[in-house]
Design a protein around this ligand. Structure first.
Ligand SMILES: *Cc1c(COP(=O)(O)O)cnc(C)c1O
Length: 472
C-alpha cells in the first residue's frame, strides 16, 4: 500500500507485492519513432492525440476502452462463435453471465456502451425532464441531452477538488439531489444516473452506504435509479478496501450487492469486461425491457445480438467471469497505483486518491501560467507525446464542450490529462518509462505555451477537434 493511498485497518507493514495472475503467451512489437517524426505526426494530427495514427505511438495510454488483452480462454471462445442471426447460443451465455454476476433480470446486447446509453435515454427520458448524475460522462450526457433531458451534476463537492483525499469521491450528494427533487418535482426527473468509479473525477468510487441512501431517496419519491456499470468491478474493489464490513467480501459479491440497489445498468464491455468490443443494457422491469427490446432492433440489431457477432458475445461472456476475480482486480489497480506513486514521489501534481483505471495529471498545477482557454490539459498531452511517443488524452475544457443553451465553453473545475492503463497489456517497465517521460515534461514546463482550437465539431468535439500552437 502506497503512502498516498487511504490507509485501511489490517494492512501489514511487511512488504508483500502484488503480481499479475497471468503470464504472457503472445507479444505485439512496439516501436518508437524519432523526435522529428513525432513533431510532424503531432502537427498533422492538429495536436489532438485522438487524431494520431497508432503506428506513430509508442506506449498507448489514450484509453482503457477495448484496448485490453484477451485471455487464451477468450480467444478459444472466439472459435465457438455461433453466427446465427437469431437466438445465437453465445447470447444465452452472455445473458447468463450478466444475470449471475450483475444480478439483473433482462439483458439487451449493444455494439458498445453508447449504443446502450442511446436506447435507455430514448426510452426513459421525456423531453424537458432532469437527469441528475454523479458528475457526467461525455457519451452518457450527450445521449441524455439528445433525448431532451437536462443533465444536473449532484456529485459531492470534494469530487471537484483534485487534492481532496475523500475515500469515495464518486458519491452523490444527497442534499443536492433532494434540493433538485424539491425544485423541479419527482415527476420531472427521468431517473438518477449513477456511475461506478467516476471517470471524469479521476476514477473515484461510490460507497455502498451512498448507493443505499440514494436508493432510499429514490424509492421515497418513486424515481428510478440506473447504473453506469462500465467500471463497477473496479468500484467494488475500492469498497472492499475502504468500506467497513467489506474487507472479507469477494469483489463479485460486492458487485452484485451494489447492483441490487439499482433498477438497471448500461455497460461499455470494452472496459471492465475485458472485451475489445461490446456493450449491454440490463433492467429488471418487464415493461421497460419490452420497450428496449423493441428499440434495439431499430438501432443495433436483433435483441439476441445487438450489433455484436456471436464470437464477440462469447469472448464477452468469458471476460465477465474473469474480470470479477479478486487477484485480477488487485493487480490491475496495483499497476495504476505503481505509476501514480512514482509521480507523487517526484512531486508531479496528480489527482488523489489514485483511481481505478488511470492516472490524471492536474494540468492546472502542471502549467499554472496557462489560461484554461489555452487548453492546458491538451497541451500537456501534446508535450508528452513529443517527448516519448506516449499517448494520453485530455479531460478538461475541450472534453467538457459547450453549454447547450448559451453556446459558451463549459469551464470544468478539473483540467486533467489522463493516462489510462489498458488491462493486461503493459508491464511495470512500461510504467517506469512513462513516469520518467512525464518527469522530463514537468522539468521543461516553464517554456510551454498553450494551444488555440482551429476546428470544432458539433458533438463530442474532443474526439476530432484540431489545434495550433499559440504564438506560432
Ligand atoms: C466508455 C464509457 C462509456 C461509453 O461506452 P463506449 O463503449 O465507449 O461507447 C460510457 N460510460 C463510461 C463511464 C465510459 O467509460
Amino acid at each position: 500500500m502506497s503512502p498516498h493511498q487511504i490507509q485501511t485497518a489490517g494492512q501489514q507493514s511487511s512488504r508483500r507485492s502484488w503480481a499479475e495472475p497471468w503470464k504472457i503467451k503472445m507479444v505485439e512489437p512496439l516501436r518508437m519513432i524519432g523526435r522529428a517524426e513525432r513533431e510532424r505526426a503531432l502537427s498533422d494530427a492538429g495536436f489532438n492525440t485522438f487524431l494520431l495514427r497508432s503506428d506513430d505511438v509508442y506506449i498507448d495510454l489514450l484509453t482503457d476502452s477495448g484496448t485490453g488483452a484477451m485471455s487464451d480462454r477468450q480467444w478459444a471462445g472466439m472459435m465457438l462463435g455461433d453466427e446465427s442471426y437469431a437466438g445465437s447460443r453465445n447470447f444465452y451465455h452472455l445473458e447468463a453471465a450478466i444475470q449471475e454476476y450483475y444480478g439483473y433480470r433482462h439483458i439487451v446486447p449493444t455494439h458498445q456502451g453508447r449504443g446502450a446509453e442511446h436506447l435507455i435515454s430514448q426510452v426513459a427520458i421525456t423531453e424537458g425532464q432532469h437527469v441528475p448524475g454523479n458528475m457526467y460522462f461525455t457519451t452518457t450526457r450527450v445521449h441524455q441531452e439528445l433525448a431532451g433531458g437536462v443533465f444536473v451534476d449532484v456529485i459531492i463537492d470534494e469530487a471537484h477538488d483534485p487534492e481532496h483525499l475523500h475515500p469515495f469521491k464518486g458519491n452523490i450528494d444527497l442534499a443536492k439531489l433532494e434540493a433538485l427533487i424539491e425544485r423541479v418535482g419527482a415527476d420531472n426527473i427521468a431517473y438518477v444516473s449513477v456511475a461506478g468509479t467516476v471517470n471524469m473525477a479521476g476514477g473515484q468510487p461510490v460507497s455502498m452506504a451512498n448507493i443505499k441512501d440514494v436508493r432510499a431517496l429514490c424509492t421515497l419519491h418513486g424515481i428510478r435509479l440506473f447504473l453506469d456499470a462500465t467500471r463497477m468491478v473496479e468500484n467494488a474493489f475500492f469498497i472492499q478496501e475502504r468500506e467497513p464490513g467489506y474487507a472479507d467480501t469477494p469483489i463479485a459479491a460486492i458487485l452484485k450487492e451494489f447492483c441490487s440497489h439499482t433498477d438497471g445498468a448500461w455497460m461499455s464491455a470494452k472496459k471492465d469486461n475485458l472485451a475489445n468490443i461490446g456493450g449491454w443494457l440490463a433492467v429488471n422491469d418487464e415493461g421497460l425491457y419490452e420497450e428496449l427490446r423493441n428499440l434495439v432492433v431499430v438501432y443495433e440489431g436483433l435483441h439476441t445480438y445487438g450489433g455484436l457477432a456471436g464470437r464477440d458475445m462469447e469472448a464477452l461472456a468469458i471476460g465477465i467471469t474473469e474480470c470479477v476475480q479478486d487477484d485480477y482486480v488487485r493487480s490491475r489497480i496495483g499497476q495504476v497505483r505503481y505509476l501514480g506513486d512514482l509521480l507523487v514521489d517526484w512531486g508531479i501534481p496528480i489527482v488523489l486518491p489514485i483511481g481505478g483505471h488511470a492516472i490524471f495529471l492536474d494540468a492546472r498545477r502542471f502549467y499554472p501560467h496557462l489560461a484554461q482557454d489555452h487548453f492546458p490539459a491538451q497541451t500537456l498531452a501534446a508535450e508528452l507525446y513529443l517527448d516519448s511517443g506516449i499517448r494520453s488524452m485530455e479531460r478538461g475544457i475541450a472534453s467538457a464542450g459547450r453549454d447547450p443553451v448559451t453556446g459558451e465553453h463549459q469551464y470544468p473545475k478539473l483540467e486533467l490529462t489522463r493516462l489510462t492503463i489498458p488491462r493486461r497489456v503493459y508491464t511495470q517497465a512500461h510504467m517506469d518509462v512513462t513516469a520518467e517521460s512525464i518527469k522530463a515534461v514537468f522539468d521543461g514546463r516553464g517554456e510551454v505555451r498553450g494551444l488555440r482550437m482551429v476546428h470544432e465539431p458539433k458533438y463530442l468535439r474532443f474526439f476530432q477537434c484540431r489545434f495550433e500552437r499559440l504564438g506560432g
